[in-house]
Design a binder for this molecule. Sequence first.
Ligand code: FES
Length: 175
Amino acid sequence: MLQAQAPGLPPATPGEITPVPVREGIELVVNGERFWHTGDPLMPLLWYLRDVLRLTGTKVGGAHGEGGYDLVLVDGKAVSAIKRPMAELAGARVTTVEGLANPDGSLHPLQQAFIDEDAIGCGYCTPGWLIAGVDLLTRKPKPTDEDIDQLPNRCRCGCQTRVRRAIKRAAGVPA
Ligand code: FES
């Protein structure tokens, strides 16, 4: 099938395939490493992370990010990766759950607190909770139960109470 006439190119003669101009690309940093996306600018960040970079820690949730399973940090703020197209990420710094630990391999204090409080069931929701929790602790270093309950995350294994304890443990506030 013939492509539509691309802007800036001479008209195609009938039967010829008109090449689509090369995309400029989108440069972004993921977990401290620089990447250059030249694919579809409307690709959701979630697909880029999981299918292109093979960073599968960020999970698939609802089509609109319900449940917080697909949260990542973009420039330090928790955002839904399914709702964020690559076109909006030029120059952004993205951190996924794979990038939370320190370069020497030691865990982020919130990751350690999840282990200490046994706040992990099947684990499907855990990356989203960790990202939301890191964002919350940055905004509010001493969060209350209400602050934690307002996070968009859901756990189908019933770990909410232990997650709450883990976030408070990482914050150094009594559970
Ligand atoms: S641990 Fe299974 S959904 Fe939360």
